[in-house]
Design a protein around this ligand. Structure first.
Ligand code: BG6
Length: 467
């Protein structure tokens, strides 16, 4: 079917960019901040920690002025749980005041703040007290934290995001504070219990948000990697469907329907990893579903049937390469890769938007999309044409989707400025603004606009007419 393309993005489309607190702020000893789980994790050799990051904690006014110059309609940021509640329980007025100033600065500069409540930064104190997400008490503590945010910032924040990339989080034990000894089947069982607690906590926080802020909208941040079938063999299409179910839908079925996906349930039963469930939690999830789905999209996967006969028990893998007997990841000659081996497939974003809308009929906000690359500062300039091409191709898919009738209402490029990548330090840069430091030295931390800054500025101005 041929679809008539729209000439421009809608006038109220939220052209935005994103960051997360621990990746940009630094200032880990400032303002009474507590210790987060990731502060204590060993770093890969040669890679910086998060203690200074892009020093946004001290440079936020300068950075927000640059956001305004870029023309952003919205800025997606996260709030550090350990600045607000250093011990995970009691409120730190200095932390509350910091985000009050920061959010006010965003609003005063004419942008809408989009706030992620929990972006990978978990209080170490809660892990020490009761094991964190392994225990139901984590549900109450998450609700308490979110309530402090709703009460203090609800007058300025209209779009709230609950948990960033729950699936990803569950596969990185270092961010959850799970005991090191937890491996194999025990790890999978613990992750299923944590997943259940996080889904229950999400429903509680959605309920609280709707009670306290009736006009605000709230949704979870998912990270789909929609699978392509490795060949035209029917069994590979089925393997791709099973991959999608076990890598993303297993969470969104709980968020959006308050039910376990049947395939996920069978997967857990077969491996004897079922979590403890309460009827009242399932009811709560059914009654408190999201207002929209927030989607981070970087890459997709190509998947084929795995012919193995035995079960596998994975070990804290970030990307699961194989579920023995179900699927395995295969190469795709039509899909190029980044320097870090991430598939570049803009059409995958369209597939994700279509699939999720068909399933849940919820509006969609793209909360992350971007290219991590080794940028070079040469004669005071960064010519990041590769990033422009990447963003352009993905935005074109979104424009097409809107033309086809899918309600995508915003796009947050990742990231506004260079920050410390989750696992790759400062070398893997994503920003429109270069931050003059590297893994070894802090240098002068000067902010330098890249070529992509001017490209995005113009794209926002013309509302994507030339795409
Ligand atoms: C997402 C996260 O997983 O991907 C971000 O929400 C992260 O925090 C981004 O930075 C890119 O991943 P990485 O590992 O390249 O930093």
């Amino acid at each position: 079917m041929y679809h008539k393309r729209i000439s421009k993005f809608p006038e109220d489309f939220l052209f935005a960019a994103a960051t997360s607190a621990f990746q940009v702020e630094g200032g880990i000893d400032c303002g009474g901040r507590g210790v987060a789980v990731h502060d204590l994790q060993p770093k890969k050799p040669g890679i910086t920690d998060f203690s200074v990051a892009s020093d946004h904690y001290h440079h936020y006014k300068e950075d927000i002025a640059l956001m305004k110059e870029l023309g952003l309609k919205a800025y997606r940021l996260s709030i550090s749980w350990v600045r607000i509640m250093p011990d995970g329980e009691s409120v730190n007025p200095e932390g509350v005041a910091f985000y009050d100033r920061l959010l006010q600065e965003v609003v005063d500069n004419g942008m809408e703040p989009i706030v992620t409540i929990y972006h990978f930064e978990y209080p170490q104190a809660l892990v020490e007290k009761y094991g964190g997400w392994l225990d139901r008490k984590a549900i109450d503590d998450f609700e308490r934290f979110a309530t402090v945010l709703f009460e203090n910032y609800g007058d300025r924040v209209k779009h709230w995001l609950t948990i960033n990339e729950q699936d990803h989080l569950l596969k990185i034990s270092g961010r959850l504070g799970f005991p090191e000894a937890l491996t194999g089947q025990d790890y999978l069982k613990a992750a299923e219990q944590a997943n259940y607690h996080m889904c229950t906590a999400t429903a509680r926080v959605i309920k609280k948000c709707h009670e306290l802020l009736p006009t605000a909208k709230i949704g979870p941040v998912i990270n789909p990697m929609p699978a392509l079938a490795g060949s035209n063999k029917p069994e590979d299409t089925i393997a791709a469907m099973e991959f999608n179910e076990l890598s993303t839908y297993y969470i969104t079925e709980l968020h959006c329907r308050g039910e376990y996906s049947p395939l996920h349930w069978k997967y857990m039963e077969d491996r004897d990893i079922l979590p403890e469930i309460r009827e009242e939690d399932m009811q709560l999830m059914k009654e408190n579903t999201p207002d929209f789905l927030a989607m981070n999209y970087y890459l997709n996967q190509t998947v084929a049937k795995s012919q193995k006969k035995e079960f596998g028990y994975h070990d804290k893998a970030v990307f699961i390469n194989e579920e023995p007997g179900i699927y395995k990841i295969v190469e795709n000659e039509h899909v190029p890769q980044t320097d870090w081996g991430w598939n570049i497939c803009p059409e995958g974003l369209k597939i994700a938007i279509m699939d999720f809308y068909h399933r849940y009929r919820l509006p969609i906000l793209i909360t992350e999309n971007g290219l991590g690359a080794y940028d070079k500062l040469e004669n005071g300039e960064i010519n990041d044409d590769y990033r422009i091409e990447y963003l352009q191709n993905h935005l074109t898919q979104i424009k097409d989707c809107i033309g086809m009738g899918y309600p995508v209402f915003g796009y947050c490029a990742w990231s506004f400025m260079d920050l410390v990548s989750g696992r790759e330090g400062m070398d893997k840069r994503y920003g429109f603004v270069y931050v003059n430091r590297n893994n070894e030295e802090l240098l002068d931390m000067k902010r330098i606009k890249k070529k992509s800054f001017y490209w995005y500025q113009n794209m926002i101005k013309e509302r994507g007419e030339s795409l």
